[in-house]
Write a protein that binds this ligand. Structure first.
Ligand SMILES: C[S@@+](CC[C@H](N)C(=O)[O-])C[C@H]1O[C@@H](n2cnc3c(N)ncnc32)[C@H](O)[C@@H]1O
Length: 233
């Protein structure tokens, strides 16, 4: 089977990008610099999906795992509730420094708090609950990031995880995966299965960008209803 290394046809992606409204001049500048420097940031159609989810949710507190140069953090600040806050974690020093500059450039220091360190350690130090947790860091650690998100995610909160289908490879048969991609393939498949079967959540896997999972932690009563339905069947 020929593999295109893509989740979505290019002409569809191009079309969606054409119909999207322009970013602000400052944000477009950050996007262009990231592109120039080869820094991976959310694709435009993923950014648009996230913005729509945030516009519905109007979160007070967002946690982001994987800041890079701060593009998605700045983008998400658009739909933060009044007095809301984004906490974003980055373990790479030069990325963290660039993100600090960019956030200052956009005057978003009051809304975005940057943490320099490994999310595996830093997440455990966080207190309070988050309405949205955006996972966009090392793919091999998604399982850990997700499990560490559970105790700090508010009821009704969302976990959004990007790059889930890894260029479409995750949806292929095992035999079609070459040796260097086998570990990530296995880990991503296990992660997807775990998320999709978590009865305390309602989750969906969407083939947009590189594949995205949106997982809503059900409210207490919704959770009980779902468990009851499961028991009956
Ligand atoms: C895809 S980029 C993030 C892009 C960013 N969310 C955006 O769209 O603008 C992933 C970033 O996660 C960081 N990262 C990977 N694993 C991490 C970890 N365990 N803790 C903190 N940062 C991590 C990498 O250094 C990299 O800068």
């Amino acid at each position: 089977m020929a593999v295109e290394n893509k989740v979505v046809y290019e002409y569809i992606e191009e079309y969606i990008r054409q119909v999207q409204p322009d970013l602000s001049v400052e944000l477009e500048q950050i996007r262009l610099e990231a592109e120039r420097d080869g820094v991976p940031i959310v694709k435009p159609e993923v950014a648009s999906l996230i913005l729509t989810l945030l516009a519905i949710k109007r979160p007070k507190r967002i946690l982001e795992i994987g800041t890079a140069v701060g593009f998605s953090a700045c983008l998400m600040s658009k739909h933060l509730d009044k007095d809301g806050k984004i906490i974003t974690i980055e373990r790479n020093n030069s990325m963290h420094q660039k993100a600090t500059e960019n956030i200052k450039r956009l005057g978003l220091e009051d809304s975005i708090k940057l943490i320099y360190g490994d999310a595996k350690e830093e997440m455990r130090k966080l207190s309070g609950e988050f309405d949205v947790i955006f996972i966009d860091a090392a793919k091999g650690q998604y399982d850990t990031f997700y499990r560490d998100s559970l105790p700090i995610l508010a009821d009704g909160g969302l976990i959004i995880a990007d790059n889930i289908l890894y260029k479409g490879l995750v949806a292929l048969e095992k035999g079609a995966i070459d040796r260097r991609n086998r570990t990530i393939y296995k880990r991503m498949r296990e992660f997807i299965k775990m998320v999709m079967n978590n009865l305390e959540f309602e989750s969906t896997l969407i083939p947009v960008g590189d594949g995205i999972i949106i997982s809503k932690k059900l409210e207490y009563t919704e959770r009980n209803d779902k468990l009851y339905e499961q028991d009956k069947s």
